[in-house]
Design a protein around this ligand. Structure first.
Ligand code: BGC
Length: 749
């Protein structure tokens, strides 16, 4: 053999040994790759990279504290060498096996990464702040929500992130839950459909979504230790059902387990939740990660199938390795957990070495945010006030008119590209604002905020409401054509709201403002609009009859002001509908007697209301509400007619009816179908949402036929006798209407 041939043969042999010895990750060789990893390497891949003990002062595992972890070093607490600065975490990479690290970042209203990077000063890393989940759910429009998902997913991909830690989709069990703005609805069908739409949108961009917080994470008080005690029936039909819908419809790459316990067991340590139900019953194929520093037993988490521990601690690594070495934990459990992760890794941008641009089309996304925001605002009252011509002179009152809140605080905060306040939106639309009032408010807010800490994602400073005397209000009523007053509330991660004045209730000062503005303007034959800028309900007792119009603008994202102006001028017809009940009084809400308990008490919250959550309770008990679930006004009216229910040849139930625009303006209706299911295993709610459709924009006189097709699976109920699902084939009543309390047509099967 010639020397050259000998060298080539040796090289080929060496290469083949090398390629045999070092398989590089691809979809065909995941098991082989896992088989070549050392125990330490496997464990590193199952625990996030935030493993520098010198860096993050997080609460020691096992302390079961509700002290938020960010009360350590502030914003940089868990930023251990992240590739994308300001992302929430990263997983480990093993180069010799071709396994890249993945980058994980929040959150539900847009991507949260640091807005500036010292290493890259010329690049603008700010992202688009989209409307909060409360508003998105109020659109009742999966297409709009899909579009928002696409836009967020695009920013995720173009800023080098692999997995977005969103959407949040816990049930809004109680209006005081601090993170309700990040969740969709009190109803599992609406939550599940919204989550599936946003997940599909995000994942259409080649990045992953993470539905969270699985499961029964319905309060922030003592969130790391609280035990949600819930019946199997309510668990399956209410608290898990939305997750089930989203998993089956959209296959999210990842799921985040919640901090809390469910019936005595941490969600992240529950193989019943994570394996039996999620994987075996629902067929889930992605992987599960913990919420940040969730629970305290990494070995139990591994056994339960909580694949990835985020953001990761050295102690978790040590404990898992020790458990394998002493025989407490089978290494096969690690292989199984790792396989689920690697199956996602091979779909990720990092694996594909995607060359991200750091330059998504933010201008286009700003338009998407504005369109969605206008669609989800809910017109609660309108006594001949709206729409309003932009030639009107407006007296604009309330701090929130000038410092409009975009989203809540905490991990769901977005370092946004801009903000349109209500006053910006009105001015952009051509309204002339009372300049004296505007200047007073702007300088009041500036002065107050100069004494407060700068805004960051955990703290959003809000100025004290400015006091206005009667004379100033009367002067404004003389000099302007109409009044607009914005009232707001802020809430966020780590704390629940409180039921008293200043949060759920208006303060005395706010009530007085509503009263004096409305009376001064109405004395002059002029009208007042109240805009609400908040993530969930407030109390309407004693004041909702005073203004001529009330618009729930939610936490509307960075285009909120422009979107509110679109509704006020009629550029967009209001079509938002409430995704939760607004109770007449907090005490009427069934969960109000067992919510938000503090540590030191029992650490248990009893979900005594069982299935009677939100409108299920109010419609069954007949108790009056301030505004019912599904409610919202438009600038026109709709007639429902010709309802037909039938069983088709494929064993599905078809429901159809016509919706006709009977008013004089164009508009979209959200037609809702509620079912009354047969009572086989005990009392049931009289109404449960089983389908909904948003019509296209109907011109006056125009009719659209709404068709809903249901399977018996869609109507299943929990068999409390045998502990399994039941699919009764008869005994259903279907009700079509414009809200849970406005039923127009019925039929039975
Ligand atoms: C939140 C999660 C979030 C995570 C990472 C936790 O505090 O509960 O929703 O994704 O932090 O920021």
């Amino acid at each position: 053999m010639k020397p050259l041939h000998i060298i080539s043969a040796l090289t080929a042999a060496a290469l083949s040994i090398y390629s045999c010895g070092e398989p590089q990750l691809d979809e065909k060789n995941i098991d082989r790759v896992i088989g070549r990893l050392t125990l330490e390497e496997k464990v590193r891949l199952l625990v996030g990279t935030c493993t520098d003990p010198a860096n993050p002062p997080y609460p020691a595992p096992g302390t079961m504290t509700d002290r938020p972890y960010w009360q350590g070093n502030g914003e940089n607490t868990y930023r251990a060498a992240n590739r994308v600065q300001g992302s929430a975490g990263e997983s480990f990479s093993i180069k010799r096996a071709g396994i890249p690290s993945l980058v994980y970042a929040d959150g539900p209203a847009g991507l949260r990464i640091d807005p500036v990077r010292e290493s890259c000063p010329e690049t603008d890393f700010r992202c688009t702040a989209f409307p909060s989940a409360s508003l998105l759910a109020s659109t009742w429009n999966t297409e709009t929500v899909h579009e928002v998902g696409e836009a967020i997913g695009n920013e995720v991909r173009e800023f080098g992130v692999d997995i977005l830690l969103a959407p949040g989709m816990n049930i809004k069990r109680n209006p005081l839950t601090g993170r309700n703005f990040e969740y969709y609805s009190e109803d599992p069908l609406l939550s599940g459909e919204m989550a599936a739409a946003v997940v599909d949108g995000i994942q259409s961009q080649g990045v992953g979504a993470c539905i969270k917080h699985y499961a029964v994470n319905n309060q922030e008080t003592y969130r790391n230790g609280i035990d949600a005690v819930v019946s199997e029936e309510a668990l399956r039909e209410i608290y898990l059902r939305g997750f089930e819908i989203a998993i089956r419809k959209s296959s999210p790459w990842t799921v985040m387990s919640s901090y809390n316990k469910v019936n005595g067991e941490y969600a992240s340590e529950s193989s019943r939740l994570l394996r039996d139900i999620l994987r075996d019953e629902w067929g889930y194929k992605g992987f599960v990660m913990t919420d940040w520093w969730g629970a305290d037993d990494p070995v139990a988490q591994m056994k339960a199938g909580n694949n990835l521990l985020m953001p990761g601690t050295p102690q978790q690594i040590e404990e898992i390795i020790a458990a394998v070495r002493n025989g407490e934990l089978d290494e096969e459990v690690l292989d199984r957990n790792l396989k689920d992760i690697l199956e996602v890794v091979i779909k990720s941008p990092s694996y594909r070495k995607y060359a991200y641009s750091n330059a998504p089309d933010k201008e286009k996304h700003r338009e998407t945010a504005r369109k969605a925001a206008a669609e989800g605002m809910v017109l609660l009252e309108n006594r001949d006030m709206l729409p309003m011509s932009n030639t009107a002179r407006i007296a604009l009152f309330g701090n929130y008119s000038y410092d409009t809140q975009v989203g809540g605080s905490g991990s769901g905060y977005v370092h946004r590209t801009g903000k349109s306040n209500i006053y910006d939106g009105l001015e952009n639309a051509g309204f002339i604002l009372d300049s004296g009032l505007k200047n007073k408010y702007l300088s009041h807010i500036e002065k107050e905020k100069s004494l407060m800490p700068a805004e960051n994602f955990w703290t959003i400073p809000i100025a004290q409401e400015m006091k206005l005397d009667r004379a100033a209000i009367e002067k404004a009523a003389r000099e302007n054509d109409a009044a607009i007053l914005t009232l707001g509330r802020m809430s966020g991660e780590g704390a629940d709201r409180h039921p008293g004045k200043g949060d759920y209730m208006l303060t005395d000062q706010e009530t007085e403002m509503v009263r004096s503005i409305c009376s001064a303007f109405s004395a002059k034959g002029k009208k007042t609009l109240v805009i609400l800028n908040m993530g969930d309900a407030i109390d309407f007792g004693g004041w909702k009859e005073m203004p001529d119009a009330i618009l729930m603008a939610w936490l509307p994202g960075q285009e909120g002001g422009n979107a509110a102006a679109d509704i006020i001028t009629g550029r967009k017809a209001p079509s938002g509908r409430l995704p939760m009940t607004m109770a007449a009084s907090y005490a009427d809400i069934p969960s109000s007697s067992d919510f938000g308990i503090s540590p030191g008490e029992t650490n248990r919250v009893l979900y005594k209301e069982n299935l009677m959550v939100g409108y299920r309770y109010f419609t069954t008990s007949g108790k009056e509400t301030a505004y019912p679930f599904g409610y919202g006004l438009s600038y026109t009216s709709f007639k429902y007619s010709d309802m037909i229910c039938s069983k088709d040849d494929n064993g599905r139930i078809s429901i159809s009816f016509d919706v006709t625009n009977t008013g004089s303006a164009a508009g979209r209706e959200t037609a809702q179908v509620y079912v009354r299911k047969p009572e086989i295993y005990g009392a049931r709610p009289v109404r449960e949402l089983c389908g909904f459709r948003k019509t296209s924009e109907l011109a006056p006189g125009e009719t659209e036929t709404v068709r809903i097709s249901l399977s018996y699976e869609d109507l299943k109920q929990w068999n409390t006798d045998d502990g399994c699902w039941a699919y009764p084939e008869q005994g259903y009543e279907f009700h079509a209407g414009a809200s849970a309390e406005d039923i127009r047509l019925s039929c039975s099967l």
